[in-house]
Design a protein. Structure first.
Length: 66
């Protein structure tokens, strides 16, 4: 495995762990209107980080496959 491939796999794991940690944190918050709004936004942004990274990796692979 090249250094670049190792970096890509490490980042995929880190972004997935980050999203899971944020979801666990949000589940531990006291339920109220204010925390519901913040939780919604925080979970959306935390999970989109990994999704966007994976999408970028797929596009880069397709770009070099042509």
């Amino acid at each position: 495995m090249t250094e670049k491939e190792l970096f890509i796999e490490t980042m995929k794991g880190r972004t997935k762990k980050f999203a899971a940690d944020i979801i666990r944190f949000c589940n531990s918050l006291i339920a109220c209107k204010a925390s519901a709004v913040i939780t919604y936004q925080l979970v959306k942004s935390a999970t989109s980080t990994g999704a966007n990274y994976r999408a970028a990796c797929i596009l880069e692979q397709k770009r070099f496959a042509i």
